[in-house]
Design a protein around this ligand. Structure first.
Ligand SMILES: Cc1cc2nc3c(=O)[nH]c(=O)nc-3n(C[C@H](O)[C@H](O)[C@H](O)COP(=O)(O)OP(=O)(O)OC[C@H]3O[C@@H](n4cnc5c(N)ncnc54)[C@H](O)[C@@H]3O)c2cc1C
Length: 399
């Protein structure tokens, strides 16, 4: 249960960046609602944004390094953390579905270079297909003459959508097959037929850009189909014969990233808990520190307990993924569900502990509460996580 020296060093290093660079910038970028390019540049300079960081974190055989780093980054600021990590969603999709050659070619382009920093985006969700990813309307048609794929459709809620150098787009190649008839495509910068739709103004994680992505006769070479055409044709043939497909493009990516989302929620919860604990020892009412009242002290005890429980679920799920243990009980979903709901609850309690000071923008606690709420919505809502767990433990197709 103890972290090794490498993990502790990583945790301290990322914490230093979160404390000294992210925390002081958090309020400004929340108010500006823009991608914090200077902070991303600083992260890249010291090696926190980039391919090596992700590669090093993911080679940890215990699976914990990435979770430690994400908890610290979200502790620093969840919006900036998402601006840094939005790229990782696209990278995870390339890792999950791309050939080794495609991984070598495209992953470095997701991050760019120190002189020319880039972002990437992963587009699955659509206006009429959120939780139900099987009903995607974005179509990919193969044009045999030019050996290209032609994409048409609208993606919505896409992190880094339209400002990314590279988009990974999940589209239907055979709508009759639902999610088994989908594939992922790389749409690099400079491709015609891809543009940003509306940019959303959000409740929280406002330093992270979220927008629609519109695809109109967007043509990409056949080589940009992740996994390659031969593999796709084989998969489609298997599905049409009624055999199981090995994986569903979008779901494979989400499954691998769930504990990582939980780790971010955990970071926000811890930030709010620590702040509320300190505040409760200093704030005096009725001649004593407010923590001396059981009503406040018990809240803090519960906050700490839920945070620790969430961390154990996140670490377990990440360890299971790294050691290739099957998630027989929806353990990945459990980690994201519990950490997300803990973050919402803990940040709300922190506002209560700060009273009026918790409700105003001069203090960070209201921002943490706004930031926390997305963790029960994106990468599978809390209801969808419960559905996955319930199906896994029961074997029943619960609707
Ligand atoms: C800030 C932000 C960033 C995002 N980033 C990305 C991104 O980078 N890429 C991407 O592809 N997507 C992204 N998303 C989309 C996100 O994953 C979806 O919003 C999410 O999956 C929910 O889909 P929806 O919003 O359409 O809600 P809906 O699916 O319409 O759900 C509405 C409500 O119904 C409930 N519900 C739906 N089906 C069931 C059911 N079967 N049983 C019980 N309850 C159910 C849901 O839990 C929810 O409470 C992002 C969203 C936001 C807000």
């Amino acid at each position: 249960m103890e972290l090794n020296d490498d993990q502790k060093t990583l945790q301290e290093w990322v914490h230093g960046f979160a404390l000294n660079v992210m925390r002081p910038a958090a309020h400004e970028w929340d108010e500006r609602e823009e991608t914090p390019w200077p902070i991303i540049a600083e992260a890249a300079k010291i090696g926190i944004y980039g391919m090596d960081f992700i590669a090093n974190a993911y080679v940890d055989p215990t699976g914990l390094s990435m979770m430690l780093a994400l908890e610290e980054l979200a502790w620093g600021d969840a919006g900036i953390c998402m601006a840094l990590m939005g790229t990782t969603l696209a990278v995870a999709a390339i890792m999950a579905n791309g050939t080794p050659e495609q991984q070598m070619e495209w992953i470095p382009q997701c991050y760019g270079t120190l002189d020319d920093i880039k972002l990437a985006a992963f587009g699955v969700s659509e206006p009429d297909a959120g939780s139900d990813v099987s009903s995607l309307r974005t179509r990919a048609l193969y044009d045999e003459k030019s050996d290209e794929w032609v994409l048409n459709g609208t993606k919505t809620w896409i992190t880094n959508g339209g400002i990314a150098n590279l988009h990974v787009i999940v589209a239907s190649v055979d709508p009759e097959l639902g999610s088994r008839g989908q594939a992922s495509f790389i749409v690099p910068e400079g491709t015609t037929g891809i543009r940003m739709g509306q940019k959303f103004k959000k409740m929280g994680i406002r330093a992270s850009h979220t927008a629609e992505v519109v695809l109109e006769e967007c043509r990409v070479p056949s080589a940009n189909l992740l996994g390659g055409k031969e593999k796709l044709d084989e998969k489609l043939a298997r599905v049409r014969e009624g055999k199981k497909a090995s994986s569903q493009a979008a779901m494979a990516t989400f499954e691998a990233t769930r504990p990582a989302v939980g780790a971010q929620a955990l970071g926000i919860a811890r930030a709010a808990y620590e702040y509320a604990l300190d505040y409760s020892k200093e704030r005096k009412q009725f001649g004593r520190a407010i923590i001396e009242n059981q009503g406040i002290a018990f809240k803090l005890a519960d906050m700490k307990m839920h945070i620790d429980a969430a961390r154990l679920l996140v670490w377990r799920a990440s360890w299971m993924a790294a050691t290739r243990k099957p998630f027989l009980n929806g353990e990945g979903s459990m980690s994201k569900l519990y950490a997300g709901e803990t973050a919402v609850k803990v940040t709300e309690e922190a506002i209560q502990i700060l009273g009026g000071y918790g409700y105003v923008r001069e203090y960070p606690v209201e921002r943490w509460h706004r930031d926390s709420k997305i963790y029960t919505i994106f990468e599978g809502t809390s209801e969808i996580q419960r559905l996955i767990i319930a199906r896994a433990i029961s074997g029943v197709h619960i609707r």
